[in-house]
Design a protein around this ligand. Structure first.
Ligand code: G3P
Length: 225
């Protein structure tokens, strides 16, 4: 059976992809040709999740979730509330929104209970090793200094990617790579290095033609089969 690959587009809080621009942005990406065995997910800020569910034909994940149940928790995002609106997964511990390891552990325990998917971001091989034992669905390796830049993690740190894959595969944890990923070649290389896909933001959101940019990423992945 062919492996399923994953592309997560992180909309962050970019003006091009949030608020009034959320609907046109998501609508434009609704038309992309989905590749064979490529799963596409949009990671959306909690504020825009309800709207995103209305306007996207792709799966929607949250950019964050908190280790709380429904109750007296102000300003938090409970997993139960995400599930209620049909959001079945979330990024956890993104470089731009780091949380304590105790909270990560609680989120992973809750996720197991609720059958909620987690994309746990790490900044180093050490963190990948430390967190793979918590069995998130995905570990996303993103070196913070490359985020938002023009140098792809796939060309700057190929050997670390292979090491992260080696640390995660025995635990059945899938690996995504992100930071500076922009081209079909970057996506192809990530798969060749053993990753299951990419986590990408500016390469799509800030592209002159986001549809073309996402199609290129999908082709890069399918070309590597
Ligand atoms: O979550 C994805 C992100 O942090 C990588 O950002 O802009 O380098 O694709 P970017």
């Amino acid at each position: 059976m062919e492996r399923l690959h994953t592309v997560i587009v992180n909309l962050k809080n970019y003006k091009e992809s949030t608020g009034h621009n959320l609907e046109p942005f998501l609508n434009s990406l609704n038309g992309i040709e989905e590749g064979r065995n490529v799963r596409i997910i949009m990671a959306v800020t909690p504020m825009d999740l309800v709207n995103a569910k209305k306007h996207s034909r792709h799966e929607i994940f949250s950019q964050s979730v908190d280790p709380v149940t429904k109750g007296a928790y102000t300003g938090k995002t409970p997993m139960e509330s995400l599930l209620e609106i049909g959001v079945k997964g979330s990024i956890v511990n993104h470089s731009e929104n780091r949380i304590e390891s105790g909270s990560i552990k609680s989120i992973m325990e809750m996720a197991g209970k609720y059958n909620f998917e987690t994309v746990l971001c790490v900044e180093s091989l050490e963190e990948a090793v430390k967190y793979a034992i918590l069995r998130p669905d995905f570990i996303a390796y993103e070196p913070p200094e490359l985020i938002g830049g023009d140098v792809s993690v796939t060309s700057a740190e190929p050997s670390i990617i292979s090491d992260v894959v080696r640390a995660c595969n025995p635990k059945n944890v899938k690996v995504l790579v992100g930071a500076g990923v922009k081209t079909a070649e970057d996506a192809r290389k990530s798969i060749e290095l053993g990753a299951d896909g990419v986590l990408i933001a500016s390469g799509i959101v800030k592209a002159r033609e986001p549809v073309k940019a996402l199609n290129a990423i999908i082709h890069g992945i399918t070309d590597s089969f």
